[in-house]
Design a protein around this ligand. Structure first.
Ligand code: FPP
Length: 238
């Protein structure tokens, strides 16, 4: 696949769905699906960087996911903690600007301070990976409105965009959801206003670079007009 970032595709966001079904279809406990999903996530993020995607965002844990059985929540939290360990070891080699969005107040001080220091340590890298944790699009908008109202600022599209967790990150050009469901499930509700959506039946642990290529090719076949009449190929970084 050619490098794509110059063609108007800077940001891909992934809804990594289907881990549980992948395991269940193999007669395995769901945790195996999540651990395969976590490995797949690393491979796909690397591939996106290789083909020139500058921004990647993943939906790792939603505000609703706490309602899963405690053992499953613990598995996912364990994988996230392992991932943080890896990032701390390989941040310079990976050369990725790490960001974490979502309401991190639900996590303990130790976890939050690790996240903050990783964000600070990687803030100079050009390519960026954003991990959504305890994230809900509606919750994010409510927190942003509350922040604006407490600081007495006027609510406009710009000020609200700045108050969101994703401030400074361009809106996703393409949102890819695996495992067959065709909905956004409270992911990037504000930011997805003009995103192209790509749905595949592939379960997340079976995701491949070839499937990313298909999503990218599909993206480039669409006419993006942003409410206007012309196909707008590229927009500035803002
Ligand atoms: C959806 O599959 C997936 C999740 C709720 C968790 C996503 C987590 C990972 C990929 C692993 C940890 C992530 C990182 C960033 C290290 P599902 O369980 O809803 O699948 P199902 O719909 O088939 O049940």
């Amino acid at each position: 696949m050619r490098l794509v970032s110059s063609g108007g595709l800077r940001h891909i966001a992934f809804i990594m769905d289907g881990n549980g079904r992948w395991a269940e279809r193999r007669g395995l406990p769901r945790r195996f699906g999540h651990s395969h999903g976590a490995s797949k996530f690393k491979e796909i993020v690397r591939y996106c960087g290789d083909i020139g995607i500058r921004y990647v965002t993943v939906y790792a844990f939603s505000t609703e996911n706490w309602s899963r059985p405690e053992a499953e929540v613990d598995t996912i939290m364990g994988l996230l903690s392992d991932y943080l360990d890896d990032c701390e070891k390989t941040a310079e080699k990976d050369s990725l600007r790490m960001r974490f969005i979502g309401d991190l107040s639900r996590f303990d001080d130790g976890f939050r301070s690790r996240v903050k220091s990783l964000e600070a340590r990687t803030s100079g890298y050009r390519n960026s990976l954003t991990v959504a944790l305890n994230y809900g699009g509606r919750d994010e908008i409510v927190r942003a409105c509350r922040e604006l109202s407490e600081s007495g600022r006027e609510i406009t599209e710009d000020s609200l965009g700045d108050a969101l967790d994703t401030s400074g990150i361009p809106d996703p050009d393409l949102i890819v959801r695996t495992a067959g469901e065709m909905r956004l499930s409270n992911f990037l509700m504000w930011q997805s206003a003009y995103s192209e959506l790509y749905f595949t039946d592939t379960l997340w642990p079976d995701m491949t670079p070839a499937e990313v290529d298909r999503a990218v090719a599909d993206f480039f076949s669409r006419g993006r007009r942003f409410g206007g009449v012309k196909n707008i190929k590229d927009r500035s970084d803002g």
